[in-house]
Design a protein around this ligand. Structure first.
Ligand code: VGL
Ligand code: ZN
Length: 197
């Protein structure tokens, strides 16, 4: 059984949003068109409380894209984005959310970020998605969405490491791509056994 996992196609990651990914909105219609071909469609939603620890605004003297050391490891700092209940956290209005069997939210704990749909950035705290997929027999996963080099890549690597057959459809992803992050993410995905197409 094959699931389509649509990562973070939310207003803040689209042009005009707080953490806009270039061309982020271009993936919306082609993702909609793909949904019917899958046994299950799952959406992820970045869902931060105001004042989240991944926001540069919470770290005096820091600006977005600076790095800090968190108790769980290094963390890139971001502009305030995807705040629970705010318009920026809504899915892009063109995304066909009706087709989704499951919406999984992540990043809701104030002191830890969660790029991956499977584990928070400590690589230990589960979101529950793995158990959901297992109990539905969804062993093959195609990932699309935003951003290729952060939430898509982290999700793909976690899933491949946990034994899923993972494909990333790069044409239906867009990346943030700073400081070599896209090239590095592609390499890490390849090493983890993710199929890039
Ligand atoms: C993401 C940075 C911060 C993503 C989410 O969806 O790739 N990136 N929060
Ligand atoms: Zn976030």
């Amino acid at each position: 059984m094959h699931a389509l996992i649509v990562i973070d196609v939310q207003n803040d990651f689209c042009p005009g949003g707080a953490l806009a990914v270039a061309g982020g909105d271009e993936v919306v219609e082609p993702i909609n068109a793909l949904m019917g071909a899958f046994d299950a469609v799952i959406l992820t939603q970045d869902w931060h409380p105001a004042g989240h620890s991944s926001f540069a605004s919470q770290h005096p003297g820091k600006v977005p894209l600076d790095r800090v050391d968190m108790p769980y490891g290094p963390q890139v700092l971001w502009p305030d984005h995807c705040i629970q209940g705010a318009a920026g956290a809504d899915f892009h209005p063109g995304l066909n959310t009706n087709r989704a069997d499951l919406v999984i939210r992540k990043g809701f704990r104030p002191t830890i970020d969660s790029y991956s749909a499977f584990y928070e950035n400590d690589h230990a705290t589960p979101t529950g998605l793995e158990g959901y997929l297992q109990s539905r027999g969804l062993t093959t996963l195609t990932l699309v969405g935003l951003a290729t080099d952060f939430c898509v890549a982290f999700s793909a690597i976690d899933a491949a490491t946990r034994g899923f057959d993972v494909r990333v459809n790069e044409a239906l992803c867009r990346g943030i791509d700073f400081d070599g992050s896209l090239t590095a993410a592609r390499q890490r995905m390849n090493e983890a056994g993710v199929t890039l197409s």
